[in-house]
Design a protein around this ligand. Sequence first.
Ligand code: FES
Length: 202
Amino acid sequence: MITLSIDGRSVTVPPGTTLWQAARQVGTDIPVLCHSPRLEPVGVCRLCVVDVGGRTLAASCVRACEEGMQVQTRSDRVEQQRRTLLALDPACAVRVVPGVSSVQAAAAACGMELAESGENLAVLSGVDDPARLRAALAACDGAVILKAYRSLPALRALLEDMGLGSGAVLVSRCGLDGEDVWRGTDAWPEKPSYFSIILVKK
Ligand code: FES
C-alpha cells in the first residue's frame, strides 16, 4: 500500500491508484474533461492537473500515487492552468468553491492573476493606518485588502489618489449567494456586503 497526502489529508491506496482516484477517496472531486472512470485514461486535456511540488503540474487522471507524495489539488498554479483551459472552451462552466481561501476564491471569481513570476503580492488589512497602507501599496505589484467593509470610502479615496482605482476589484460574498464583482472604484457600491475583499493589480 502507498500512503500520501492530498490537500493535507493522509490517504492510503493500493499501488497503481491514480491521484484522481485517491483524491476521491478523501472527498475531493478534481474536474476532468477527457477522463471517464469507466474508460482507460488518456490524459490529453490536462484539466485535472494537480501540484505535486515538481516543476510542472501533474495530470491526476494518469499520474500514479507515490509513497510520501504531497499533493495540492487547489493552488494558484493549478487554478491558473484550469482557468486558461476553460477559457479556451466557453461551453465549460466555471464553478468557484467556497472555503479554499477567500483570497484564491476572490481571484478566481474575477479571473485575476494575483501575482506572476517575480511579482510581490501584499495581503493587507483594510483597517490599518492609512499611511502604512499607502506605503505597502506603493511597494507591491499587487495587493489583497481584507476587512474592506468598514473602511471602504477611505480605501476608495486612497486607491484613487494613488492612481490604482481602475485596477481595483471589489468582490463581495465570494462563493455565496449574491456574489458580486465590481471592477474599478467608479463601479463600487456605497455599501457592499460585510464579506467583501479588494484585489489590486498594478
Ligand atoms: S482529465 Fe484530461 S488529462 Fe486528466
